[in-house]
Design a protein around this ligand. Structure first.
Ligand code: SF4
Ligand code: SF4
Length: 187
């Protein structure tokens, strides 16, 4: 069984709407060295009560470091991005695994162990989406297995035909998911 120990990185990096806490903002209930002041108390948001990261539940994460050491948190909740062709309006949704990266360590997502994890996800037609806070700061990570040139690609929203949106609801996610396909992106 894995345990959070001294790690509290998700409490800083992820948004918690009931608390009006934005992504990347330290939670006001987070106490240094003590953890959550609301833990198992009334007032703890349900999002927090049921939250686990993929490292904690060891979802194919045996070779990954604890988030406070790797400086990124892999979300259990999937999301999607939209590939769009402005010429004919064609759109395709691609499922992503969300990786919340500590802005103090912006290159942490280049961890070789995370790249190996994303390579394994590509077998399921899933790519990585690194979030730093707002949607505009997101980077799509495309493994070689899903790229036309068999190379890794890091695509930000201003440099390609990938629309990186705010987090979607579960309903949106279920409606949007279609058959995975090899991506034809413009780096
Ligand atoms: S990021 Fe994961 S290991 Fe760290 S405190 Fe949150 S749930 Fe625990
Ligand atoms: S309420 Fe507690 S668990 Fe939720 S973000 Fe704040 S410190 Fe973390």
């Amino acid at each position: 069984m894995r345990q959070c120990g001294d790690c509290q990185l998700c409490c800083k990096l992820l948004p918690v709407p009931p608390l009006r806490k934005k992504a990347g903002e330290r939670c006001r209930h987070q106490k240094f060295g003590k953890g959550c002041a609301l833990y198992h108390r009334a007032g703890m948001p349900p999002e927090c009560a049921i939250w686990n990261c993929r490292w904690l539940v060891n979802d194919d994460a045996a070779d990954l470091s604890r988030p406070d050491r790797s400086h990124y948190v892999i979300d259990l909740m999937p999301d999607y991005i939209t590939l769009q062709n402005d010429g004919d309006g064609y759109q395709q949704h691609i499922q992503v695994v969300q990786i919340w990266c500590d802005p103090k360590h912006p290159d942490a997502h280049r961890d070789p162990h995370l790249r190996a994890y994303l390579s394994r996800r590509s077998d399921e037609g899933i790519v990585g989406l690194v979030r730093y806070g707002t949607a505009l700061e997101a980077i799509t990570i495309i493994p070689p297995q899903m790229a036309p040139d068999d190379q890794w690609h890091e695509l930000n929203s201003n440099a390609c035909n990938v629309k990186q949106e705010q987090q979607h609801s579960l309903t949106d996610l279920m409606e949007a998911m279609g058959a995975p396909a090899r991506m034809a992106v413009t780096p």
